[in-house]
Unconditional design. Structure first.
Length: 311
């Protein structure tokens, strides 16, 4: 595969904030890593072993050297520098995690640029960013060194985009289905067998219903005992009431309710807190998405049956 020729745009995209708490978190972690004495020692060894890194003192120095090779079009040297890091990622040495983070950091501006092309209605920007970075870390960790030793930057970028698109496609479909299910079941809010919560401002009755919903969810082990309290404007409330209702009418297994909740539920009442739906978990994240997708199917069927019964 040939190198991507849009050198300037692929490397000058901002990697600072972009309105994403994921990026802010990554940048904070990177800043701490670059100040680490242990990381500095590892980079010193790299500079002795690989000529392009000569004189580097921090992980950011290594990123700057590799980025400079890219900008100059020094493709062979760029490939060798990336392969130097990728080999350490796939080994068990003490610098494995550092090499992993550094290689991913080289690709960060490109990942941000690719994330921008995937924006669509119904999915938060931060979720798109997270999916892109989850894919990036997985691709970096599993790169086929011997089979694809050339065009490393372009190969990682393309593999990351393909994996992220698959993730987002499944994620987008599942979120749409959940919203459709919720809309379908809202007319049943007055039914004593339905736990769906009425809309409107908070009042004692609603707060009691929220508390009952959370207690029931804890009993079913859909959420942990330290799950924060629900509020009337909390999106967790609708999700929990939906899956608890589906379990209570035996339309959904408890295990499936747990999978849906663990994937879609944000357990934090803090807006900037990283939700459980945006985890950088690589292949484990992909397995969680697949299990969530399978768990949504019986819920969709329950909504269809409920609609037919109400007609």
């Amino acid at each position: 595969m040939s190198h991507i020729t849009n050198t300037h745009s692929s490397l000058s995209a901002s990697a600072t904030d972009e309105g994403s708490s994921t990026l802010r978190s990554l940048n904070r972690d990177w800043a701490v890593l670059c100040e680490s004495a242990r990381a500095g020692d590892a980079v010193a060894h790299w500079s002795d072993e690989h000529l392009p890194f000569e004189g580097a003192h921090t992980p950011q120095d290594v990123v700057d050297r590799i980025t400079g090779l890219f900008r100059r079009g020094a493709w062979e040297q760029h490939d060798q520098a990336m392969l130097f890091l990728l080999r350490r990622v796939q080994e068990s040495g003490s610098d494995r995690d550092l090499a992993w983070c550094t290689a991913a950091r080289v690709m960060l501006p490109k990942a941000v640029s690719m994330a921008k092309t995937q924006q669509r209605d119904g999915i938060r920007w931060d979720d798109i960013v997270s999916s892109m970075f989850s894919a990036l870390f997985e691709v970096v960790g599993t790169y086929p060194l011997e089979r694809r030793p050339r065009g490393v930057f372009a190969n990682i970028a393309m593999d990351t985009l393909v994996l992220a698109q698959k993730t987002l496609a499944a994620d987008y479909d599942n979120r749409s289905v959940l919203q459709e299910i919720g809309d379908t079941l809202l007319p049943l809010a007055g039914d004593r067998t339905a736990a769906l919560l009425p809309s409107g401002g908070p009042d004692p009755a609603t707060q009691a219903q929220l508390a009952d919903c959370l207690v029931r969810a804890v009993e079913l082990e859909i959420v942990s005992r330290d799950e924060p309290e629900l509020s009337s404007d909390d999106p967790r409330a609708e999700l929990l009431s939906l899956v608890v209702w589906a379990v209570d009418i035996q339309a959904l297994k408890i295990s499936d309710a747990q999978r849906i909740a663990s994937y879609y539920l944000d357990s934090s009442a803090t807006p900037d807190r990283t939700p459980r739906t945006r985890r950088s978990m690589g292949s484990e994240g992909a397995r969680l998405r697949q299990r969530a997708s399978r768990a949504v199917r019986p819920l969709r069927q329950a909504a269809l049956q409920a609609r037919q019964s109400a007609a």
